[in-house]
Write a protein that binds this ligand. Structure first.
Ligand code: SF4
Ligand code: SF4
Length: 308
């Protein structure tokens, strides 16, 4: 069957109507203390997202755009919630037609029982953060984790999941591990997984970075990429706004649609028009825009032409 590729206008309309991805913070508790994670700074009060709030979001997404990918995590390790409802929450979303249910995990709790429960729940995608090819380098960043256990868990997952779940192994590039990137790609090329390599995020200026600043700033792809819900129900400005310096509201009072339309959308227009002085100060100073490929210029041109 031949399907017409959506026009730039249609892609822009879709993007402006509802986010293509949503991060739903199942829990902000974690079993690790990673050196590159924003959790280490002035910690929020860790908690879990209550079931009513989670279902409200899931009901809205599946009713409006079931092709919006929901990540059942944000900060924190989602498998810590395994005995109190993660799997049931994913099953609830899948039963309502959600097309893409995903988690990002550090993999330490991804044992045989968790794998069986995730498959039963209908999970579509798993990203596992590893960032190393040796236990020594792993221990420097993934503090508190067990390298060998994680690797074994991924192999068990691949064996059990077959083609039911898309497995991605993730390598964040940091000062201490960049020499292992090629070995990481080479090792995992032998297995049925995707490899995702991404530059280090500073979390809007909290971590130092070693990325050379590009000469010309472009519209930050991160703010176009997802809407993000903390365990409290609060929605921050963008995925990197972990201390919620510019809250866009709470899903306990507003719908995702309203938050995206009324509070995110004007910022999308400012980014597309390169009106940097109209962005929050921390966003003006942030360099994380360059850690992701630029948006399609045609889509940006459509968005730049809208009323702010
Ligand atoms: S496993 Fe993830 S959430 Fe936990 S400390 Fe590491 S990076 Fe942060
Ligand atoms: S540049 Fe702005 S929108 Fe992009 S990640 Fe940084 S704070 Fe967020």
């Amino acid at each position: 069957m031949i399907t017409d590729k959506p026009t730039v206008q249609q892609q822009a309309d879709k993007l402006l109507t509802f986010p293509k991805q949503l991060l739903l913070e199942t829990t902000s508790h974690c079993n690790l203390n990673c050196s590159m994670c924003a959790r280490q700074f002035n910690p929020r009060k860790w908690g879990t997202l209550d079931e009513d709030a989670a279902r409200k979001v899931i009901d809205e997404v599946t009713a409006r755009t079931p092709d919006t990918r929901i990540w059942f995590c944000y900060f924190g390790e989602p498998l810590l919630k395994r005995r109190s409802g993660l799997f049931e929450r994913i099953r609830y979303a899948k039963d309502r037609g959600l097309q893409k249910a995903a988690i990002n995990t550090n993999g330490n709790l991804l044992d045989d029982r968790a794998i069986a429960d995730l498959l039963e729940a209908g999970l579509d995608e798993v990203y596992v953060g590893i960032d190393a090819t040796t236990p020594e380098v792993y221990d420097e960043t993934r503090r508190g984790g067990d390298f060998h256990k994680v690797i074994q868990n991924i192999h068990s997952l691949c064996e059990a999941a077959g083609d039911k779940v898309l497995v991605t192994v993730q390598f964040g590039v940091y000062e201490n591990n960049e020499h292992q990137e090629d070995d990481f790609r080479e090792y995992w090329a032998k297995y049925p997984v995707n490899v995702f390599v991404r530059p280090k995020l500073t979390w809007a200026g909290y971590l130092s970075d070693h990325v050379k600043t590009k000469e010309r700033r472009y519209a930050c792809p991160w703010i176009f990429d997802s809407i993000n819900v903390f365990d409290t129900g609060e929605v921050p400005y963008c995925v990197c706004d972990w201390p919620n310096r510019n809250s866009l509201g709470t899903i306990k009072e507003d719908s995702i649609y309203d938050i995206w339309q009324k509070r995110t959308r004007p910022y999308l227009v400012h980014h597309a028009r390169e009106e940097w002085d109209k962005l929050p100060k921390f966003c003006q100073e942030c360099r994380d825009w360059q850690t992701k490929s630029p948006m399609d210029p045609g889509i940006l041109q459509v968005i730049a032409g809208l009323d702010g």
